[in-house]
Design a binder for this molecule. Structure first.
Ligand code: 3HC
Length: 302
């Protein structure tokens, strides 16, 4: 049976909260075999144990059968390196928000993976055009047909945390992305059960260009002593029906991630409305990253 996205095997690079979530929805909803890699064995172990818990919960709630859960878990295979992903039809990169790291990964993708594999980044804010330029193999001109084809398969596929719950994927086209790549990436996100919006390749795309100034204003309110952390969050939760207040949400996303996105926005636009607050910078200096390591605007013991 032909499938519109044509993805018979997916690679996922990074088994953190985003990568694991992407592997989960791909295996369970799109029913695609997933090859998962993370350089940290500990991260992979934690990720797979979370996946087991999520599948058990879905079985317990009667959303899926025990066989569905077993099949989904059976579709995920851990591979020791990129060579293990050599034959995938698409790979999604979900590592930390650091341009040189992503450029080096996409350069390795171009060297190691099939020339027709789609190369997607789950970046929250970094230019997909810059990432795509790194997918042109060394020595090849970016303007040649081969160079255009290599960069043309790069696309932004921005999932939201927690991936199993959030219904959106934001699709971002680099200057180089071909219409076929966009169509297949969109079809894959739909197969994962997501609604898809599209954004131009601007810093932060639509989602974080709107969300990050909002979070930053909340942090500045706290910094100026306008209100307590609880009152800032409760105002937005009860006054505007947000599921989480902005400080809780910042802790949930990760303060290091929020800062990296805000720096990309600020550097990419040179607009002072995106300048990260000093309090956020200091909290990241202190290595208070939010929920992921137990301390952010709030403390977490789980
Ligand atoms: N992974 C998987 N599932 C999770 C989860 C996680 N980390 N956290 C919560 N869930 C699931 C729960 O298991 C539960 O599932 P169920 O309906 O099957 O029981 C469901 O979510 C609801 O959870 P809870 O009842 O425990 O708690 P809440 O009702 O308070 O919901 C929440 C938790 C879904 C996280 C909700 O607070 C929320 O929607 N918060 C806002 C999240 C948000 O805005 N995310 C986007 C962040 S921005 C982003 O990702 C972009 C990036 O570029 C920065």
């Amino acid at each position: 049976m032909s499938i519109p996205h044509g993805i018979r095997t997916l690679g996922v690079l990074g088994a953190g909260q985003m990568g694991l979530g992407i592997a989960f929805v791909s295996a369970l909803r799109a029913k695609v075999p997933v090859l998962l890699h993370d350089r940290s064995a500990d991260q992979v172990k934690k990720g797979l144990s979370l996946m087991d818990k999520l599948l058990d919960k879905d079985v317990g709630k009667g959303r899926i059968t025990a066989d569905d859960a077993k099949d989904a878990r059976g579709r995920v295979t851990v591979v020791p390196d990129l060579k293990g992903m050599r034959d995938v039809d698409m790979v999604v990169e979900a590592v930390s928000e650091h341009l040189p790291l992503k450029q080096s990964i996409f350069s390795s993708f171009a060297a190691e993976l099939r020339p027709d594999a789609i190369l997607a980044s789950n970046t929250s804010s970094i230019s997909i055009t810059k990432i795509a330029a790194a997918a042109v193999p060394g020595g090849m001109s970016a303007a040649s047909d081969a160079g255009k084809a290599s960069a043309g398969r790069v696309v932004g596929l921005h999932f939201f945390n927690p991936v199993p719950v959030m219904k959106l994927v934001e699709l971002i086209s680099a200057l180089q992305t071909t219409p076929e790549t966009l169509d297949r990436a969109r079809a894959f996100a739909v197969a994962c059960g997501k609604e898809v919006t599209t954004s131009k390749d601007v810093p932060g795309f639509v989602s974080n260009a709107l969300l990050m100034p909002f979070i930053n204003e909340a942090i500045m309110c706290l910094e100026k002593g306008t209100a307590t952390r609880e009152d800032i969050d409760t105002t937005l939760k009860l006054g505007m029906n947000h599921p989480m207040g902005p400080l809780q949400l910042a802790d949930f996303i990760g303060l290091d991630t929020c800062l990296a996105i805000q720096q990309t926005l600020y550097e990419g636009t040179r607009d002072s409305k995106y300048r990260p607050s000093i309090l956020l910078e200091r909290m990241v200096d202190a290595q208070w990253y939010g929920r992921k390591n137990g301390k952010g605007f709030y403390e977490y013991s789980d």
